[in-house]
Every structure is written in structure tokens, then in C-alpha cells.
Design a protein around this ligand. Structure first.
Ligand code: MRU
Length: 400
């Protein structure tokens, strides 16, 4: 099973109504991942943790004995609801409908979904076929994020090396690998943050980011927002400008929410305001995440990233991409080979179920665009920061 574009997910308008998913439960965790409080769905978020001076880490996804628990990102910022998913089909649905999104978080969900599918097997009968079907279910969710296919490859390897063992042992090995992918991701993001924060000015500066490449888009801490978090931890005065990121509004709903939780100053702007603020010298750097980076350094990221990169070049503002090695796809030599997900047009035509356009209007909804490497000032990874020529510098990263 290759890293080919899966079928374009078919989203029903119903799934886009930001509806509650299965089995809601509410939970908050402290930095050590210990459950601290259970709140009702309309309770005031993290205020209890604020009172006890615990700095809360946002828990995006977690493996538990009851199933895979995810914060429902469709409901943020107004509701903080955690859902528990108990089958691979439910996890796949959560990925397609954006309960969980962001390339590294999708990778973690993919691994946990596969582990869950195998956990639910009652016998070794037709094990190979059943495993292939489980993997296919995850494979067909979203086509662009490299991390999804990277996670599948890791789970495939574990399956191959444990498939002759007792079913219980195989189930354990797959579960442990999924948890490892989750835990590693947080560490990797902290390393990306440390490597990237040195690129931001000492003293104060304003950084523009697009979409949400934060804790919510990863297992925790974030890539682009990880760089910002690390800069703040290193005593730099960072102000964030968050693009709202039409059509799904990951910037206005998620990035602002994360920044407010961290008390990092953040100003929300609409996507078409970025040029205005760049021209007015109010932005000193752009930091974004990536869904897939080709071998030559072309970067696929949330639709609108390319526009920001062009604007940054015009205004001589550095444009940085923060991403783990698991987002880099050496098997795709240039950005032209990156599959771009086309999502349901109701994401453009509707907000919260409210139709905003005349019926019958033609609508397009590509979820990602590709920024050519020539517009990328540097790519920040856990193994270091690389610059052009990317063909060579990216290849060297995998030798380190
Ligand atoms: O459609 P989404 O919300 O999954 O798109 C997310 C992005 O484009 C992020 O910028 C990217 O995945 C990097 S996340 C660290």
C-alpha cells in the first residue's frame, strides 16, 4: 500500500455542522498528563487550573483503556469537549471530519486508530487481510499530510515483526508504538522550538502565523507555535498575528485559543490583512507549519500559505517553515507531486450551518497550497535548521 492520494473524503453537510461526536467526556490535564478536574461542558475552561497555578498543557489526543480520547477541535473555542473513540472506523471518521487535524496530530491519530483496530480483533483468523483493511481505513482519510503515511509505515513495520506472535503480544506492540509516536512528537516539537526560536530577534518582535500549527495540530507544544512558545520561554517578547484562515478558521478558532491560554499576546486578522500589516512594518517574521515537504523543499501547507509567502518576499520578511522530519517526503521530489485535498464546498458556503452564498454558485475548496522552495527562508526541524539549496540540505538531515 503506497503513499498515494487516497480517495477524496466525502463530507456530508451534516458532518460540517460542528456537531458533537460520540461519547463526550470533559477532562483537563496538567503538564504531567495527570487528570486534574472534570468539568461540565459549559464550565469556564481552565480557570480552575489557573487558580491552582498549574500551567496546563493542551491534550490533543491520548490512548486510554477506554479508547482513543481526542479534544473535539470542531467545537473550539466555545466548548472544550473530549470524545472517546473505540474503533478504527470512528477514528477515521474523526480525522475526516476534523475532530483532529494538523499533520503530526493526524499521524498520531492514524497510529492509534490502527492499534485500536487490531486491539478489537478477537482472533488471529485472516490476520493479514484484517490488518490490511484496518490500514486502508486510515489510509483513505486525508491525502495531503505526509505524517499519516509515515505513521502507517511505522505501524506496518511493527505488524511485520510481531505478526507471528500471540495476538495479545501483537496488540501490545502496536499500542506501544502508537503511544511512542505520540510521546516522541512532543519531544520533537520542543526540539523544533529550541532550534527555531534562535531565528527570532532578541527583545520584541511580531510573528505572523497561518492556520494552526500549535499543540492542537500535534501531540502537544506545536511546530510553528512551538517556535513561538520556545522564544517566549527564552525571554523574548513575542506578539503573534494570527491569520483567521478561511474557510475552516483554524487561526481564529484554534491559534487564538492556544495563545490566550498561554497568555502570549495575539492579534487576530483576516487573511487579506497580512499585506497591510507587512507594508506597515508591523511583522518581523512569518512562521508556519507544513503538511508535506517535498525533497526539494517545496512546502504544502494550509491554503493561503503561498499568498503569505509571496507577500513576505515582497516585504523582505523571513518566511520560516517549522516541521518534523516525519513531514518531509523524500519520495516526492517536488511540490508538483503533492496531492492536494479538495474538501466539501460547504466549508466555504456555510459557517456553523448558516449558508452565506446564493444557492447554485460555483465553489472551489482546495485545502492546501504549495509554496515553492525559493520563497522559504529556512526549514526548522528537530535535527536543525536548513536553508537553500534544499535538495542537499534536506537530504543531509536524514544522515544526521
Ligand atoms: O486542514 P488542517 O487543519 O489539517 O491543516 C493543518 C495545517 O495546514 C497545518 O499548518 C499543518 O498541518 C502543520 S501542523 C503542525
Amino acid at each position: 500500500m503506497g503513499d498515494a492520494p487516497g480517495r477524496a473524503p466525502v463530507l456530508t453537510p451534516q458532518s460540517l455542522l460542528w456537531a458533537h461526536s460520540v461519547r463526550p467526556c470533559n477532562r483537563l490535564h496538567d503538564c504531567a498528563g495527570i487528570e486534574r478536574e472534570t468539568l461540565s461542558s459549559n464550565a469556564p475552561g481552565f480557570s480552575i487550573l489557573d487558580n491552582v497555578k498549574v500551567s496546563a498543557m493542551i491534550e490533543t489526543i491520548e490512548w486510554t483503556d477506554d479508547g482513543v480520547v481526542m479534544i473535539d477541535q470542531r467545537l473550539l473555542p466555545t466548548e472544550e469537549i473530549y470524545n472517546t473513540y473505540q474503533s478504527v472506523e470512528e477514528v477515521a471518521e474523526a480525522i475526516v471530519t476534523m475532530v483532529i487535524r494538523g499533520a503530526p496530530a493526524i499521524g498520531v491519530a492514524a497510529a492509534m486508530g490502527i492499534a485500536l483496530g487490531v486491539k478489537n480483533l478477537e482472533s488471529r483468523d485472516q490476520l493479514e487481510e484484517k490488518f490490511a483493511a484496518i490500514v486502508q481505513t486510515i489510509h483513505d482519510t486525508r491525502p495531503t499530510a505526509r505524517n499519516l503515511f509515515w505513521a502507517i509505515e511505522r505501524m506496518n513495520k511493527i505488524f511485520e515483526s510481531h505478526k507471528e506472535e500471540l495476538l495479545l503480544k501483537l496488540q501490545d506492540a502496536l499500542k506501544n508504538e502508537a503511544i511512542q509516536i505520540h510521546d516522541d512528537d512532543i519531544e520533537i516539537n520542543r526540539q523544533i522550538g529550541q532550534n527555531g526560536q534562535v531565528l527570532l530577534a532578541q527583545g520584541s518582535s511580531t510573528v505572523l502565523t497561518h492556520c494552526n500549527a500549535g499543540a492542537l495540530a500535534t501531540a502537544g507544544y506545536g511546530t510553528a507555535l512551538g517556535v513561538i512558545r520556545a522564544a517566549v520561554e527564552n525571554g523574548k517578547e513575542i506578539r503573534v498575528f494570527a491569520d483567521e484562515t478561511r474557510p475552516f478558521l483554524q487561526g481564529s478558532r484554534l491559534t487564538t485559543w492556544e495563545m490566550m491560554k498561554e497568555k502570549i499576546p495575539c492579534t487576530l486578522i483576516t487573511d487579506n490583512m497580512a499585506g497591510y500589516f507587512m507594508k506597515a512594518n508591523q511583522i518581523q517574521a512569518v512562521v508556519v507549519g507544513a503538511d508535506r515537504i517535498a525533497g526539494n523543499g517545496d512546502v504544502a501547507n494550509k491554503i493561503g500559505t503561498y499568498t503569505v509567502a509571496v507577500l513576505a518576499r515582497e516585504h523582505q520578511i523571513p518566511f520560516y517553515v517549522a516541521a518534523p522530519l516525519s513531514t518531509i517526503d523524500l519520495g516526492t521530489p517536488t511540490g508538483e507531486g503533492i496531492p492536494i485535498e479538495q474538501r466539501d464546498i460547504t466549508e466555504v458556503t456555510h459557517i456553523k450551518g448558516q449558508m452565506l452564498v446564493p444557492p447554485g454558485i460555483s465553489v472551489a475548496n482546495p485545502a492546501f497550497d504549495v509554496t515553492p522552495n525559493k520563497l522559504v527562508s529556512a526549514i526548522i526541524t528537530e535535527k536543525g535548521v536548513v536553508k537553500a539549496p534544499y535538495q542537499e540540505s534536506i537530504a543531509a538531515l536524514f544522515e544526521r
